[in-house]
Write a protein that binds this ligand. Structure first.
Ligand code: TMP
Length: 212
């Protein structure tokens, strides 16, 4: 094979605590790859625009109450409802920069006390990211960044527990980014890592599935 027919977009995931800078960095990476002429889209989970996403949003803003297992499965369903579009985009050559994914799902629900293996189960079969970048920041520092916005999970003690579960979920392939550095420095580091990944997927690196 020349590899040409297997060329595809890269599935790039950004993870980290609330206020670690994922959303700003997603936007910067999007315009960087765009500028280089790579087809790319920026996605995020939860995707609050779908019917499931609206239930999640109402829960996060404390407008509704849900059992911990129920909201966990809704977050997962929100990824499943986007799965086929995600695969189609990647196969058509578009790279996706995704702000949060299954790791958020497992880390946040486990931090509430749900069994970690139970949390992983509904994620099995979703597309595995080609790259996970973890924006690493001490929970105290994240909390200082202009304060939290008042959504359900934006509390220091809870975020400390989430950080522990992220650590348990992380593997040596994750790129750990020091999110305490100035935005521009973080951006420079991430640009380089992302470009490597996009190039290797263009060369036909196979798509795989969770849970790895
Ligand atoms: P956001 O601030 O990135 O929109 O995410 C909203 C909150 O939802 C954030 O505190 C992380 C949490 N979350 C989960 O608990 N499970 C999930 O599967 C995802 C994607 C996010």
């Amino acid at each position: 094979s020349t590899g040409q027919s297997d060329a595809r977009g890269a599935l790039i995931v950004l993870e980290g605590l609330d206020r670690s800078g994922k959303t700003s960095q997603s936007a910067r990476l999007l315009s960087h790859l765009n500028g280089l002429g790579y087809p790319v889209e920026s996605w995020r989970f939860p995707d609050r625009d779908t019917a499931v996403g609206k239930m999640i949003s109402s829960y996060l803003t404390n407008q509704s109450q849900l059992d911990d297992h129920t909201i966990h499965l809704l977050f997962s369903a929100n990824r499943w409802e986007k799965r086929s579009l995600m695969e189609a985009k990647l196969k058509s050559g578009t790279s996706l920069i995704v702000d949060r994914y299954s790791y958020s799902g497992v880390a946040f629900s486990s931090a509430k006390g749900l069994d970690i293996e139970w949390c992983k189960a509904p994620e099995v079969g979703l597309l595995a990211p080609d790259l996970v970048m973890y924006l690493n920041i001490p929970p105290e520092k994240a909390a200082e960044r202009g304060g939290y916005g008042g959504e359900r999970y934006e509390q220091l003690e809870f975020q400390k527990s989430v950080a522990k579960y992220y650590e348990m979920l992380s593997d040596p392939s994750w790129k750990m980014i020091d999110a305490c550095l100035p935005l521009e420095d973080v951006e420079e580091q991430m640009k380089e890592i992302v470009l490597d990944c996009v190039v290797s997927c263009q060369k036909g690196k196979p798509l795989t599935h969770l849970w790895l």
